[in-house]
Design a protein around this ligand. Structure first.
Ligand code: 3JN
Length: 333
C-alpha cells in the first residue's frame, strides 16, 4: 500500500493534536509526518507512533514533498498558506471556514457526500463540528422522507473554542483569580447563547454556518434551516436538540430502522432506563449518538430528537482523516 507524506498545520492546538492521535489510531498510511505551528508553538515535539516528531515553524516552503496537508490553525492561516500547499502538489483538507462555501471547494462528510470529493481542485473543506454531527444523522432521513425544515438548538462544549476556553472554565471552577477570558462572560455555572460573533439579523456566525453548510453538504438548497447555538460548560462533545419537518409521512419504527442502518450513527434511546446520548459518553468516540426520538405532535410529519458527538473527533479530526481515507480510496493514488 502506498504511504503518504502528511503534514498537520496547527499541530499543537486541540484539533491538531487530535488529528495526530486519530492518524495513529486509524493506522493511516503515513510514510512521514511533518508538524507545523506558529513560531510561538514551534520547537516542541509530539509523539507519533512511539517516536517524537519536531513541531516546526510554518513557512511558505513547508509543503515540499507533502501529499496531504491537514490544516487546523484558523481561517487566516489557511487563507495564507493553503494556496502554497496546493501549489506544492499537496491535497489540503482544511478545518476552518475559510473555503467552505467556495463553489469549487467540496465540503465533505464522508457518510453523507463522499462523491463530492471528486470535484476538488486542491482543497477539500471540513465542515463546522455542529453541522457534521447533524447531517450524519439527518442524511438517511432526508433520503427517505425529504426534509422541509430543521429547527436546531445546540449545546456546545468548550473544547470547540480551543485551549483558552478550557483554561477559562478550569480557572473559574478552581476559583482562580486573573483567569484569562476567552468568552465575554463567565462560563462556569453559566450558559452563553453566543458562539462566534454576531452578524446581520441577530444571528451568530456559527448559526449562519450551520444553515449554509447543511444545504451544501446535503446538496439541497430547498431545506430550510434555523439555528440557535449555545455554549455550555461541558467537555466531551456537542449536543443538539433537533426538530425536523418532513414532506412525507413516516413511522417511528421506520425512523429507528433508517438510523440503525446509517453509517456513523449509534442509537442510544431507552428512556425507561434513562438511556440517551450525553457528552460524557460520546467523549473519545467517533459515532454520532442519537436518542430521545419522538414525534412532534404539533405538525404533520414532525420529528424531535437529540444528537451528541465528540466535537474534536467526528466534529473535526476524525472527519478530516476520513476525508483523506476516502480520497485515497476514490483516486486510488
Ligand atoms: O465553537 C465551537 O464549538 C466550534 C467552533 C468552530 C470555529 C471556531 C473559530 C473559527 C470555527 C469553525 O470551524 O467554523 C472557526 C472558523 O474556521 O470559522
Amino acid at each position: 500500500m502506498k504511504q503518504y507524506q502528511v503534514a498537520v498545520v496547527g499541530a499543537t492546538g486541540l484539533v491538531g493534536r487530535k488529528m495526530i492521535q486519530v492518524l495513529e489510531e486509524r493506522k493511516f498510511p503515513v510514510e512521514k509526518l511533518r508538524l507545523f505551528a506558529s513560531a510561538k508553538s514551534a520547537g516542541t515535539t509530539i509523539v507519533f507512533n512511539g517516536k517524537p516528531v519536531d513541531v516546526d515553524k510554518l513557512t511558505k516552503e513547508s509543503f515540499k514533498g507533502i501529499d496531504i496537508a491537514l490544516f487546523s490553525a484558523g481561517g487566516a492561516i489557511s487563507k495564507e498558506f493553503a494556496p502554497h500547499a496546493v501549489k506544492a502538489g499537496a491535497l489540503v483538507i482544511d478545518n476552518s471556514s475559510a473555503f467552505r462555501m467556495e463553489q469549487d471547494v467540496p465540503l465533505v462528510v464522508p457518510e453523507v457526500n463522499p462523491q463530492d470529493i471528486l470535484k476538488h481542485k486542491g482543497i477539500i473543506a471540513n465542515p463546522n463540528c455542529s453541522t457534521i454531527q447533524m447531517v450524519v444523522a439527518l442524511k438517511p432521513l432526508h433520503d427517505r422522507w425529504k426534509i422541509k425544515r430543521i429547527v436546531v438548538s445546540t449545546y456546545q462544549g468548550i473544547t470547540g473554542a480551543g485551549k483558552k476556553a478550557v483554561d477559562q472554565l478550569e480557572g473559574e471552577l478552581a476559583k482562580r483569580t486573573n483567569v484569562e477570558k476567552k468568552f465575554p462572560h463567565p462560563i462556569a455555572y453559566n450558559v452563553l447563547p453566543q458562539i462566534d460573533v454576531f452578524v446581520d439579523g441577530g444571528y451568530t456566525k456559527e448559526e449562519v454556518k450551520m444553515v449554509n453548510e447543511t444545504k451544501k453538504i446535503m446538496g439541497d438548497d430547498s431545506i430550510k434551516v434555523t439555528a440557535t447555538c449555545v455554549r455550555v460548560p461541558v467537555t466531551g462533545g456537542h449536543s443538539e436538540s433537533v426538530n425536523v419537518e418532513f414532506e412525507k409521512p413516516f413511522s417511528l419504527l421506520e425512523v429507528l430502522d433508517a438510523l440503525g442502518k446509517a453509517p456513523g450513527v449509534a442509537i442510544q434511546d431507552d428512556v425507561a432506563k434513562s438511556i440517551y446520548p450525553m457528552p460524557i459518553w460520546s467523549h473519545e468516540k467517533d459515532d454520532v449518538f442519537v436518542g430521545r426520538i419522538r414525534r412532534d405532535e404539533t405538525i404533520a410529519n414532525g420529528l424531535n430528537f437529540w444528537i451528541v458527538s465528540d466535537n474534536l473527533r467526528k466534529g473535526a479530526a476524525t472527519n478530516a482523516v476520513q476525508i483523506a481515507e476516502e480520497w485515497i480510496k476514490q483516486f486510488k493514488i
